[in-house]
Write a protein that binds this ligand. Structure first.
Ligand SMILES: Nc1ncnc2c1ncn2[C@@H]1O[C@H](COP(=O)(O)OP(=O)(O)OP(=O)(O)O)[C@@H](O)[C@H]1O
Ligand SMILES: [Mg+2]
Length: 304
């Protein structure tokens, strides 16, 4: 089998612990993400999710291990990798539109001003920002609107990989719901690969093809890769009716409530730490007794 689009190989991150010792956040983490996949990562605060994401973005160097995207070593930031943070991080002196065109014109240097603007407006419209509102500065926008601009900006640059660090954490539930749907809409119209951190189990089930579960730190592990066996398009009111919904949800709750602690703090002893693949499918006729199937021990092709 070919290597996955994004390949995380024996990633280890250590920091000074502040008392002269070493904090090992994670060790030899090894997993892959396929092209076009939407992957969410769930885990308790401090386990190392943002650390992984910053390494994938090229914003931080790991202590050891490599990340390869399309076979190329990730090192330093690149327009091929777009990042959306929880706190919007828009340029405050530019309008919503200019926040988007800024990146687009840097990426597509041969485009005319009109082409850049039309492209930016298309992505802003996809997240519901049209008309005069695009000329407002971030301080004149609501939190939800600012996050929409961040998402439009990231997608408009058409990165190969989009990294989202709790993008909806600061939003109220209603706004969150609307923007989640907009995010899926934009994603489904592109071939972009999304890696998203969230604390919200329901959000992860709604959005993801696959959820990576991390144990508590230090020495955290990406312990499981849970397939979301619910067909798309999904919508928040109907998804709960699907026979797999609560089975998957219960599995995730159980992991975060108990197994994330039980499995915590185990040294890797030099082995690759690959997540166990978990496929839960209550609709599979021949599999009525095996509601939770722990499949092959390692993720696709990472070791091949
Ligand atoms: N630059 C740094 N120097 C020292 N320790 C760090 C540094 N960055 C992160 N850490 C530590 O690494 C661990 C993982 O941090 P990280 O921010 O990745 O967690 P997280 O899973 O994103 O948590 P949260 O859900 O709260 O955002 C924490 O113990 C944190 O204190
Ligand atoms: Mg974080």
């Amino acid at each position: 089998m070919a290597k996955p689009f994004l390949s995380i190989e024996r990633l280890t991150q250590q920091f000074p612990d502040g008392t002269g010792g070493t904090l090992t956040v994670f060790e030899n983490a090894t997993f892959g993400v396929e092209k076009g996949e939407f992957v969410c990562i769930l885990g308790h605060s401090g386990c190392g999710k943002s650390t992984i994401m910053n390494i994938l973005a090229g914003l931080a160097e790991p202590t050891s291990g490599v990340v390869k995207m399309d076979g190329t070593h990730v090192s330093g930031p690149s327009l091929d990798r777009g990042v959306v943070f929880q706190n919007y991080s828009l340029l405050p002196w530019l309008s919503a539109l200019k926040n988007v065109t800024f990146g687009v014109s840097a990426r597509y240097r041969d485009w005319s001003k009109a082409e850049v603007e039309a492209h930016a407006r298309k992505y802003l419209a996809q997240v519901g920002l049209e008309g005069d509102v695009v000329h407002r500065k971030p301080s004149q926008l609501s939190g939800g609107m600012r996050q929409r601009v961040s998402i439009a900006r990231a997608f408009a640059n058409q990165p190969k990989l989009l990294l989202l660090d709790e993008p909806f954490g600061a939003l109220d539930a209603l706004t969150r719901g609307t923007i989640q749907e907009e995010l899926v809409k934009v994603w489904s119209q592109t071939e972009q690969t999304v890696f998203m951190i969230t604390h919200d189990i329901d959000e992860a089930i709604l959005l993801a093809d696959r959820i990576l579960l991390m144990t508590n730190g230090p020495q955290a592990r990406v312990a499981e890769s849970v397939e979301i066996t619910i067909p798309r398009p999904r919508n928040r009111t109907e998804i709960v009716e699907h026979p797999n919904y609560y089975a998957i949800r219960n599995h995730l709750v159980q992991f975060l409530g108990q197994r994330s602690k039980d499995l915590a703090g185990q040294p890797s002893h030099g082995d690759d730490q690959t997540p166990e693949v978990v496929r839960i499918d209550k609709t599979a006729p021949s599999d009525a007794d095996a509601e939770v199937e722990h499949a092959a021990p390692s993720l696709r092709a990472v070791n091949e």
